[in-house]
Design a protein around this ligand. Structure first.
Ligand SMILES: *Cc1c(COP(=O)(O)O)cnc(C)c1O
Length: 339
């Protein structure tokens, strides 16, 4: 038995999800002829109370499209120093959109409205790249699955309005935040100009992300997706997996969060762990004693078929997910205890 806790992207579609995929009605989506993807897009837009939605092959492409549609080359976006759009999208903001990232020094991937206000100062100066966009990430990935305080997001929204900045949410794991904080998709739909959501993380679909926004924004996104090579044909098969994920796998994210907290509890009792980041959702980030070392610890666990990932600066990451069973959980807790 391999216990793969490297990412919540490691899930394999269940039999029921595969059946939903097999039974999907499909057509050529490049000619707007795929009924299932249209159904998924409408479902997501309705859920978030936003005008329109567009299916993407990846969260990276959905975010990159959002950046492109909100900006012109030479512009600047604001994000936390931990942001996925800056750290983990291959430099796409620069490559695809010619955009500079102004990094804000937040806490666990989250900054405050006043930090943003400070960062925006001087935007009229011709020396300074034009301020155009703010990108938020909820939950934060490198920040250990941390959830933003919604009232801070509202305050940041006010700063974006007074400075005429677009407001994008990288909601790859937004459903984890919604479940953990008992929030609703509509709250977020009202606040942001665009939102990207991954169906292939905690929700367990094999492929797919959705970008949400106004009709005008999604029309632009539609064109950008084409030029990035992301317009696809009979994707109803993938959309069916996404529909199944939305219908069946949202509430159960609470189980992943519960298991993550239980893992944290064990880590807090063993002597070799020097620090654990607060655990709010399905991501655990911890540090081990320098004498052991993060890489060595990860290697030792791998010999027991337990797979974890390093996150730089001595950080070790565990991510709980749909395919992490109760049995695996008991084995992991014991191995962490006995290490
Ligand atoms: C996973 C992830 C994405 C998108 O990643 P893809 O692998 O391209 O789907 C975007 N943002 C965050 C925070 C993520 O964790």
């Amino acid at each position: 038995m391999t216990i793969d806790l490297i990412s919540d992207t490691k899930t394999i579609p269940s039999k029921a999800m595969l059946e939903a995929m097999l039974n999907a009605k499909v057509g050529d989506d490049v000619f707007n002829g795929d009924p299932t993807v249209n159904q998924l897009q409408t479902k997501m837009a309705t859920m978030f109370g936003m005008e329109d939605a567009l299916f993407f092959p990846s969260g990276t492409m959905a975010n990159q499209t959002a950046i492109k549609l909100h900006t012109q080359p030479g512009d600047k976006l604001f994000c936390d120093k931990y942001a996925h759009v800056y750290n983990y999208e291959g430099g796409g903001a620069a490559f695809n959109s010619g955009v500079t990232c102004k990094l804000i020094d937040g806490n666990r991937g989250m900054f405050t409205a006043s930090q943003l206000e400070e960062a925006v100062v001087g935007r009229a100066d011709i020396h300074v790249p034009f301020s155009r966009l703010v990108c938020i990430e909820n939950t934060t990935n490198k920040g250990g699955g941390a959830c933003w305080d919604f009232s801070e997001l509202e305050k940041i929204g006010k700063v974006t309005q007074s400075n005429k900045l677009a407001y994008h949410l990288d909601g790859a794991r937004l459903f984890n935040a919604l479940v953990a904080k008992n929030e609703s998709p509509k709250q977020y739909g009202q606040l942001f100009d665009t939102i990207s959501v991954c169906l292939s993380k905690g929700l367990g679909a094999p492929v797919g992300s959705v970008l949400l926004g106004s009709k005008t924004h999604i029309q632009k996104a539609y064109r950008i997706r084409k030029l990035l090579g992301g317009a696809m044909r009979q994707i109803g098969y993938l959309a069916a997996a996404g529909m199944y994920a939305l219908d069946n796998n949202i509430e159960r994210l609470a189980e992943d969060h519960k298991k993550a907290k239980e893992i944290g509890k064990v880590l807090s009792t063993v002597s070799y762990v020097t620090k654990i980041e607060p655990i709010e959702t399905n991501i655990i980030i911890f540090y081990v004693d320098e004498k052991i070392g993060a890489h060595n610890f990860i290697e030792k666990m791998a010999t027991k078929n337990i797979l974890l990932t390093p996150m730089g600066e001595g950080r070790i990451r565990i991510v709980t997910h749909l395919d992490y069973t109760d049995d695996m959980h008991q084995v992991l807790l014991k191995e962490l205890q006995d290490f």
